[in-house]
Design a binder for this molecule. Structure first.
Ligand SMILES: [Zn+2]
Length: 486
């Protein structure tokens, strides 16, 4: 599990693009670059939020979301899901078919049905093109702000830390010129449309919408409790009640009724929720939530992670070993064993479980990168070539992973292959928005590589990193990077 990139906290309740857009406006208005943390605190900015990369969680989310996308006629390849570490129950979509899911949504869901209900609703927003149908000035402000965010996000994939462009100015403009009442009416219609579409997708899959009923019910309870501290929006628009009534009525007459979800999805959900709890909550909290008396696989998983996070690698491995024996085909357990051994400074031992994980889940870029890192650090010069092979496999699956490019550069460097190292590090710099660095590295690679595709790639990178060829947002990033390097 790898964390990346920070953004101020989002306190919005799930969801709607424009509703979360409003929250995003507030959030972005307080967006302060991470290199100015003092200023951030002085202005009362919220705590930073982190995006999380984890192969198991991502595979699970795909397993729930992709059938819904297909039921909606949306090509799953066109939607990108990003996991945000944040406690509130929330998910939202932005332009470019990006779906953001808070870890809190998974952690607070009581079963896969609740999560599927929210994802169905979000899919309704995507299929309905709701972000694109926002009033023009609002959409323009939104696109500008999201453009900056996406730049940061793309850069962060794989562990780099970066912050999106400063979009606060553009966003403020949008929120001021838009009459709030109009927006409320508009988003309310979108919410109803997304609910109607969402339950239809669930029906098509034979998935019960009662999970959505339960989740909306709990959220309404929370709203009633917290009424004094509510956003005016919730006070003036009892939206959850309307939505709850509609979804309840639908669930009562749906053929899917109380149908159980596929057992593999339920089991996957419990493991993912336990993993997120284990990695995000304090080990003491995890210990209380998953006491030693609980023999379930998910409980043991969470306890193993809590031990690992408490620095007790051996104890964590002891808890994991029987789980692996029970589930020999589970790549994520093997991946975690490898991660624990690697982090404990035992990369050679990490190779065995990581090779198993890569064999069990060959198309998971993050696992290939983890295996490559263990090979890189195993201390055996012969394994450097194998490490390069793993990084290259990983990049074929996920080309925009800056962290993997960096590891590839290190591996080439250790073999004394400096032109190849420069090229890989130029790719990394480009993804991180370090255009001056990308220009320098790409030029050096271009000058030293023999003729062939790698040299052409170096040339392309140098051209792309040229100031004249940057978008206005990239140019601003270029300026910021130069100021920081000075
Ligand atoms: Zn919505």
């Amino acid at each position: 599990m790898r964390k990346a990139w920070s953004l101020p906290d989002m306190r919005s309740a799930w969801c709607l693009p424009a509703w979360s857009l409003l929250k995003l406006l507030v959030m972005l208005a307080s967006l302060v670059p991470f290199f100015a943390p003092v200023a951030a605190r002085a202005q009362g900015a919220a705590a930073p939020v982190v995006t999380i990369r984890d192969a198991e969680t991502e595979a699970f989310l795909r397993a729930v979301a992709h059938p819904l996308f297909r039921a909606a006629g949306v090509d799953p390849a066109l939607v990108r899901i990003t996991l945000v570490q944040a406690r509130p129950i929330n998910a939202f979509v932005t332009t470019g078919n990006r779906m953001f899911i808070n870890t809190g949504l998974i952690q607070q869901a009581e079963g896969v049905a609740e999560l599927a209900g929210v994802l169905a609703h979000e899919t309704g927003h995507i299929a309905g093109g709701h972000v694109a149908r926002l009033p023009e000035e609002m959409r323009n402000a939104f696109l500008k702000s999201i453009g900056g965010m996406m730049l940061g996000l793309g850069a962060a994939v794989g562990g780099g830390r970066n912050v999106g462009g400063n979009a606060a100015g553009a966003v403020m403009l949008g929120s001021q010129s838009m009459a709030m009442g109009e927006l409320y009416a508009f988003t309310r219609a979108q919410e109803q449309a997304a609910d109607q579409a969402g339950v239809a997708y669930l029906d098509r899959l034979g998935w019960s919408s009662r999970g959505l009923v339960r989740l909306l019910g709990r959220m309404q309870d929370q709203e009633l409790l917290a009424v004094g501290r509510q956003d005016p929006y919730f006070r003036t628009h009892p939206l959850s009640r309307d939505r709850l009534a509609f979804v309840t009525e639908h669930a009562a007459r749906s053929r899917a009724g109380d149908a159980a979800y596929p057992p593999a999805l339920e089991a996957g959900f419990r493991m993912v929720r336990a993993k997120l709890d284990g990695f995000i909550e304090a080990p003491l909290t995890t210990g209380r939530r998953y006491p030693d008396t609980d023999p379930a696989a998910a409980a043991r998983y969470a306890r193993a992670i809590a031990q690992y996070r408490s620095g007790r690698a051996d104890l964590a491995l002891q808890i994991l070993a029987p789980l692996v024996r029970d589930q020999p085909g589970n790549p994520w357990l093997r991946e975690l064993q490898g991660q624990i051994l690697f982090e404990a400074g035992r990369p050679a031992e990490a190779l065995v479980p990581l090779r198993d994980a890569a064999r069990l889940a060959p198309a998971e870029a993050l696992i290939r990168t983890a295996l490559g890192r263990a090979l890189l650090e195993a201390g055996d010069p012969a394994s450097l070539r194998a490490a390069i092979g793993e990084f290259e496999s990983s990049l074929r699956l996920e080309r925009d992973n800056a962290f993997t490019w960096r590891q590839l550069g290190i591996a080439h460097g250790r073999l004394g292959e400096m032109p190849q190292a420069d090229l890989a590090l130029a790719e990394e710099a480009m993804l991180l928005g370090d255009f001056p660095g990308a220009r320098m590295l790409a030029r050096r690679a271009e000058e030293t590589l023999p003729p062939g595709p790698p040299r052409l790639r170096a040339q392309d990178l140098r051209e792309a990193a040229k100031r004249d060829n940057l978008t206005p947002e990239q140019r601003a990033q270029d300026d910021a990077m130069r100021r920081r390097q000075r």
